[in-house]
Write a protein that binds this ligand. Structure first.
Ligand code: 13P
Ligand code: SF4
Length: 365
């Protein structure tokens, strides 16, 4: 077998040369290859994807595909999920290994275990608390949930997952995104004072025993660096300028932004609602810039105006790491018989993580 091609050679290529290589490799590999693209990918990469979707749809697509190679144009946790749901039987490839998720990094196994232990001083967490991890988390946290009667959720099924969780135990420990947990709890009628925030930098989360005892949801203090750029003042300005306009936001936004929005949902939901909009309508969208720009261009000929919520350019910088150069590099290696950047989750993590993921799939079915 020949030596793997080096990324350095590809970093010198312009986008057009990469496009030609990517298309040629796709033609050679045929249905042995599935390229999955998250909605936040930049256009230069997104256009090459065989399938696109939100986190839930992409994990379902990964589970279904029979392709030998799954090239995941998304971030690290998504590729881990694809490896877990395919039992390590496919080659799941992340074109740039540095494509992580800053929110996922805000929770880790050491800190979550410490939290669980600290909760044990006040109550029996394995009897009273369902651990729920947002899919935006490392595989070992999904395994933690699988080992403690817990479950995974995505932004499109968080409510169904929380309902399932409360059907089993009286409290939920939700990590790493406080906003998705809080915004979902509110839709279920849980008052704000029964959702406390666990500050993982402080002993016992910075909470009193009573605050923990009275809480229904304990929210990990994580957040998305992209969605924190959106603010209610941007919505107020839009409402003044376009009084009959509509506002749609992702649930990773703050409580204040979601409360001020007309619609709240996952990336797939946002696309569905705006694509069904009346001609002549105006939409302010609070999610990542690449998705919003594509939607704006798609809807313009249909007479629907789509506007990005922030005056700043806020992209997911880690999604942005996947560029045509890295995509061309991993595909040319596959053509040459080399698998580079394969994501593999060890069995001892994959098995319990799969349990928590399978539960999620059952709950949403
Ligand atoms: P969804 O794709 O589930 O809407 O989530 C958005 C996101 O932040 C992915 O990391
Ligand atoms: Fe993570 Fe936010 Fe980027 Fe999604 S948009 S991958 S949550 S940093």
């Amino acid at each position: 077998m020949s030596a793997a091609l080096k990324i350095d050679q590809f970093n010198l290529l312009d986008d057009e040369s990469c496009d030609a290589r990517i298309e040629a490799a796709k033609a050679i590999l045929g249905d042995r290859l599935a390229i999955l693209g998250h909605h936040y990918q930049r256009d230069e990469v997104f256009k090459h994807a065989h399938f696109s979707g939100d986190s839930l749809k992409l994990s379902q697509l990964a589970a279904k595909t029979t392709a030998e190679y799954i090239v995941f144009c998304g971030v690290h946790f998504m590729a881990e999920v694809a490896d877990i749901v395919t039992d390590g039987q496919r080659n799941v490839i992340l074109p740039d290994l540095a494509a992580g998720c800053s929110m996922a990094d805000m929770a880790n196994l050491v800190k979550v275990r410490k939290c669980w232990e600290e909760l044990s001083a006040i109550l029996d967490p394995d009897e009273k608390v369902t651990p729920v991890t947002y899919i935006n988390s490392a595989a070992d946290l999904k395994a933690f949930c699988g080992n403690h009667g817990g479950i995974v959720c995505t932004s499109s099924n968080a409510r169904a997952v929380l309902e399932w969780s409360f059907g089993r135990r009286e409290k939920v420990l939700f990590f790493p995104d406080q906003h998705l947990g809080r915004n979902t709890g509110l839709t279920m009628g849980i008052p704000l004072e029964q959702m406390v925030t666990w500050d993982f930098m402080k002993p016992r989360g910075g909470l009193t025993d009573d605050e923990i005892r009275n809480a229904r949801i304990i929210l990990w203090k994580g957040f998305c660096s992209v969605h924190q750029m959106f603010h209610p003042a941007q919505i107020e300005k839009f409402r003044r300028e376009v009084p009959n306009g509509h506002v749609i936001s992702h649930p990773e936004n703050s409580y204040e932004v979601c409360q001020a929005s007309d619609f709240v949902g996952s990336t797939e939901y946002i696309l569905r609602i705006v694509r069904a909009a009346e001609p002549g309508s105006h939409w302010l969208v609070g999610t990542e810039l690449n998705l919003v720009n594509r939607l704006r261009d798609e809807m313009k000929p249909k007479g629907v105006t789509v506007q990005f919520m922030s005056p700043m350019v806020c992209m997911c910088s880690t999604m942005f790491r996947t560029d045509p150069q890295h995509l061309a590099w991993v595909l040319d290696n596959l053509v040459a018989g080399q698998v580079v950047n394969r994501i593999r989750v060890p069995q001892e993590i994959a098995v319990p993580a799969r349990r928590a993921l399978d539960l999620m799939m059952e709950v949403v079915d």
